[in-house]
Design a protein around this ligand. Sequence first.
Ligand SMILES: [Zn+2]
Ligand SMILES: [Zn+2]
Length: 168
Amino acid sequence: MGKRYYCDFCDRSFADTGVNRKNHFKGVQHQRLKKQHYDAFRDPASILAEESTKIPCTRFQTGSCDFGDSCKFSHMTPERLHHLQELVSKQRQKSEKDINFNKDLKEPTLEEWLEKRSKRLRKTENNEEETEELHYELPPFLNISNLPPSLLPPSAEELRNTAKCEWG
Ligand SMILES: [Zn+2]
Ligand SMILES: [Zn+2]
């Protein structure tokens, strides 16, 4: 069996010769599927812009056009056009929202950052006593009854006594 060419867009393969490839890439079916594939990644605004520069396809409007999506004239139906326009305006609203959202997320000024920092430091100072009240529980699903002692988790009592150890 010779080499075969597999076309991703069409999900089919054929004997890999120059002629076969050329014919396949020229094929209406292939061009349609390829366009469909890439249109899925394009934003509606640019599709709309492109379509609005095209002359409506009379063949398509009065019946059927063999060129399909690869036709150089526009195959937009009023419904599809409407749908695209809706998508575009929705997108525009969304990007405006994103801009506003990013405004809220803007970097803090140095003063704001310093204030936050001192608050944080004050908090940790005040919390130091509270860490003495170390308390924890093992999750109930953890069955430790048959673990060797060295693998048993330390008790809260033991942790409290070692918590102050300093590293380094
Ligand atoms: Zn193909
Ligand atoms: Zn056409």
